[in-house]
Design a protein around this ligand. Structure first.
Ligand code: FAD
Ligand code: NAG
Ligand code: NAG
Ligand code: NAG
Ligand code: NAG
Ligand code: NAG
Ligand code: NAG
Length: 542
């Protein structure tokens, strides 16, 4: 019975769509619709397939966005619900407000994407969001410095870290920067093929990595991959490793070649004014999915062909918990399984994704009227302190295999002076800083870098006027590997986070979301082949 009605609805939808298309300008009510396309027609459809997306980060939001698009293109009727445990949309892409001032949002998680990221670039434009390009605003420019715990191994004026001064690099490192540029271009071109037929969509990322010739890139450490491509170790250690540390909190002896390449692909870096999370909020809004915040999915089981989800909602005012159970035809887990606190019924999935080590990253945001002091960086008082301080290990320092020792002698991954902000109490201009470190920043460390004493309290008149530390499980350690978790864990149960061990970025999570959306729609179309009332046997299934 169900199958029959589904088939019927599909046909109906198509017919109505056709009629509407033809009635342009004749039907008196078309003017209420912006564009009288089939997309704009929503039927209260009791037979719509119910899809649950768990997680409203880049991956989950993108899944919803493209599900809506692909489904409406094929006349498929879906009813999408997005469950989000936290109180906000965006996941690891989120802002906090300096001084609690709504006018001073600052990225706490993912901060940059690049021109060559098609999904973020296109969708942010389509959603009317303004990118803020990270080009230096003043002629004097900013100073970037790479510090090895003792001295600066490289300094660059008039640009941020998102843009390399190739002339200067050439002078210092010979052809290594050119070879790196060429290699980055080559790898980026391969990655971009993942977006297009015949490489898109994909049911196995392992296969696609192989198809695109990226397996050799992920199978080696960055160190090995760069050496194999004739890129000198001094350039690798001084420059490339500084970027793998600031982007992924890992050194070249651990991170795979693909990770090291993505870190150097910074041309056209940008962010969305007011916060990148707005892309994901915009995608959810455009998808018309119903998004339930403060709602964790706690368990999943299956009976007959339906998945049953138990959820737990925290009342945002009282904090009271309420539980619910609903059934769905399709489930998309758009968060790392190991952090999702999901109870999966026995036998629900054939293979449980391996738990993988994630980087523990402390992001510390704070404001202060004080500048970073030269003394701490072994600079002389007349030296300018770089506004972006990246770090690397001293040349020939033994590279530790121990993850917790990765940071080495510098003790932190980066200290950035983000911008000037106005303290709302004193109305004085102050600096807004961001530190990335593997351990929590202590008050003695802050006293040292600012060269101030008495950091016992934080108020609008103290040396540190606002302080916001956050501990993230930010991204996986990108160990060399040749296989990646599949996007389908069981029939009708999809998973996006296998992408993260390949590359963890907002764009690649969004790409996996788009891929899963395509697979979901393709799988429905295979089963409910247009106009046919009978279920087809899907090849290769169970
Ligand atoms: C400090 C930092 C800096 C970074 N810098 C960059 C950068 O500059 N550029 C870049 O592209 N990437 C960067 N990244 C990486 C990027 O943030 C991630 O790769 C990407 O955001 C992951 O998106 P996702 O949707 O896959 O996962 P997430 O963003 O983690 O989303 C998963 C969501 O699922 C929710 N959830 C989990 N379990 C449940 C459940 N049981 N029920 C309901 N909801 C659940 C979570 O609350 C979360 O909101 C950075 C990350 C960090 C932490
Ligand atoms: C989606 O499904 C739920 C549960 O069946 C229903 O309450 C809701 O009205 C549906 N939404 C749409 C837009 O059809
Ligand atoms: C992004 O937009 C460009 C230009 O309009 C288009 O060629 C490309 O296919 C789009 N890519 C995606 C992933 O939407
Ligand atoms: C939300 O989506 C609707 C269309 O579904 C659009 O008209 C509206 O402008 C969007 N709102 C925002 C804030 O993006
Ligand atoms: C989104 O949902 C609202 C109400 O549920 C409906 O009025 C609107 O037409 C829908 N828009 C799209 C693009 O599906
Ligand atoms: C919420 O919890 C409080 C006690 O913690 C209780 O008094 C109140 O009735 C609860 N509200 C609801 C709606 O359950
Ligand atoms: C750094 O500290 C020294 C004292 O140790 C002080 O003389 C100097 O002015 C400080 N520099 C800045 C930029 O605050």
């Amino acid at each position: 019975m169900k199958m029959y009605y589904s088939g019927c609805n599909l046909v109906l939808t198509l017919i109505v769509a056709l009629l509407c298309g033809q009635s342009k300008g004749i039907w008196p009510f078309t003017s209420v619709h912006a564009t009288p396309d089939s997309q704009d027609i929503v039927y209260p459809d009791a037979n719509a397939k119910r899809v649950a997306i768990i997680g409203a980060g880049a991956a989950g939001s993108s899944t919803a966005y493209y599900l809506q698009q692909f489904a409406s293109e094929s006349g498929l009727s879906l009813n999408i619900t997005v469950f989000e445990r936290s109180s906000y949309v965006g996941g690891r892409s989120t802002t906090v407000n300096a001084y609690g001032n709504l006018l001073e949002p600052v990225e706490l998680g993912a901060s940059l994407f690049v021109e060559a990221n098609p999904i973020l670039k296109n969708s942010s434009e389509a959603l009317g969001l303004k990118p803020k390009e990270s080009t230096p605003e003043t002629d004097g420019g900013e100073l970037l410095g790479i510090w090895d715990g003792k001295e600066f191994v490289y300094k660059q004026k008039e640009s941020g870290w998102y843009y390399w001064d190739v002339t200067k690099l050439l002078w210092k490192y010979g052809l290594a920067p050119i070879r790196t540029q060429r290699l980055v271009k080559d790898v980026s071109a391969k990655l971009l093929k993942l977006y297009e037929y015949p490489f898109f969509p994909f049911r196995s990322l392992s296969d696609r990595a192989l198809d695109l010739g990226l397996t050799p890139v992920t199978s080696m450490t960055g160190e090995q991959f760069l050496a194999a491509n004739n890129i000198g170790s001094k350039f690798a250690t001084d420059i490339i490793q500084a970027t793998t540390r600031v982007n992924y909190g890992q050194n070249l002896n651990l991170i795979h070649g693909l990770g090291s390449m993505v870190c150097m692909a910074v041309e056209g870096a940008m962010q969305i004014q007011g916060g990148n999370w707005q892309i994901f909020a915009g995608m959810l809004n455009a998808s018309n999915a119903s998004t339930l915040l403060n709602t964790a999915v706690t368990s999943i089981s299956k009976s007959k062909s339906k998945y049953s989800l138990k959820t737990s909602t925290t009342d945002s005012l009282t904090g009271n918990l309420s539980t619910n159970e609903e059934s769905f035809d399709t489930i998309i887990l758009a968060a790392p399984l190991q952090f999702s606190q999901l109870a999966l019924a026995d036998g629900l999935i054939k293979h449980v994704p391996d738990e993988i080590p994630y980087v523990t990253l402390h992001v510390t945001l704070f404001t202060s009227p004080h500048a970073i002091n030269q003394t701490f960086l072994n600079l002389s008082p007349k030296d300018e302190v770089p506004s972006s301080i990246l770090t690397t290990l001293p040349k020939d320092a033994p590279l530790s295999e121990k993850l917790e020792d990765s940071v080495g002698s510098p003790g932190f991954f980066s200290i950035s002076t983000l911008r000037t902000v106005v303290n709302p109490e004193t109305l004085e201009k102050e600096h807004l800083y961001k530190i990335f470190s593997p351990k929590a920043v202590t008050s003695s460390f802050l006293s040292e870098i600012l060269n101030v004493h008495d950091l016992t309290t934080i108020n609008s008149h103290s040396p540190v006027t606002w302080f916001h530390p956050h501990k993230w499980f930010s991204y996986p350690y990108l160990f060399p590997r040749i296989t990646f978790e599949d996007p389908e864990l069981a029939r009708g149960f999809y998973y996006t986070s296998g992408m993260e061990s390949f590359i963890s970025t907002m764009e690649t999570s969004a790409l996996m979301g788009k891929n899963v959306a395509r697979l979901v729609v393709d799988d429905y179309l295979n089963i409910f082949g247009a106009g046919e009332g009978e279920q087809k046997v899907v090849k290769g299934e169970l």
